[in-house]
Ligand binder design. Structure first.
Ligand SMILES: [Zn+2]
Length: 230
């Protein structure tokens, strides 16, 4: 029986490490339907199968180098050899380029996190991987401990990214990043840090066009106060 994979399309990728080209699947935007959005921007999709989070990472079938579109093409000296030695030399051609199960997707994130760490990738790219992996655990309700473990790791990387200003060439604005740090802190019960970052967002309300984000910070702030009083 032929599988109906109409919702996926092929994206061509050139591998930085082994220099081959391959195609990987992505979900067509017209099929992406979210029915709920969390306060940290996590979306819940109508179908487990048609979930763009499953296809965020690309895995080279030839050498195993795994990345997201957030990776930059700079490899600090020695890191290419290190990836070849630690990943490619042990690579057992597992195929990630077709329709993915949840398990395959989770493995793809772990591979990309490993590659990003070896490559000394920007904090913002690593944060994006940790956060989405955490969302995958949350939306599929498979493992609360793992969801929180990866949320914490994402938070650490977002803070480092803010300190090092390595998010400046991405689509993420300062206001949105500050909000996200506040919100992830709130979710892991670091209320003091959450308050600090939400107030930084609110301080910027006159200078930003992102009024929606400022409002979200105010909402979270008052929810926290109500919980404290209650
Ligand atoms: Zn490759």
């Amino acid at each position: 029986m032929e599988k109906n994979l109409d919702y996926l399309y092929d994206r061509k990728v050139d591998c930085y490490i082994c220099k081959t080209s391959y195609t990987t699947k992505k979900v067509l935007s017209r099929y992406i339907r979210a029915h709920k959005h969390d306060t940290d921007f996590c979306s819940f999709y109508i179908s487990t199968k048609i979930n763009p989070l499953l296809y965020y990472v690309q895995v080279c079938p030839t050498c195993g180098f795994s990345s997201s579109e957030e990776f930059n093409n700079y490899f600090p000296p020695g890191t290419i050899d290190s990836i070849k030695e630690k990943i490619s030399d042990n690579w057992k051609a597992t195929f990630y380029c077709e329709e993915r199960s949840l398990e395959t997707a989770i493995n793809s994130y772990k591979l990309a996190i490993y590659c990003a760490t070896i490559k000394k990738e920007k904090h913002i790219a690593l944060a994006g991987l940790y956060l989405r992996l955490s969302w995958l655990y949350r939306t599929e309700e498979i493992n609360f401990e793992e969801e929180h473990r990866f949320l914490r790791l994402a938070l650490d990387e977002y803070i480092k990214s803010y300190m090092n200003n390595d998010y400046s060439e991405t689509h993420l604005s300062e206001v949105k990043l500050l909000y996200l740090i506040g919100e992830l802190s709130r979710r892991i019960d670091n209320q003091a840090q959450a308050t600090r970052y939400f107030s930084r967002v609110i301080e910027k309300q006159r200078d930003t066009i992102e009024k929606g984000i400022v409002q979200m910070a105010k909402d979270r702030w008052s929810e926290m106060r109500e919980q404290k009083l209650g």
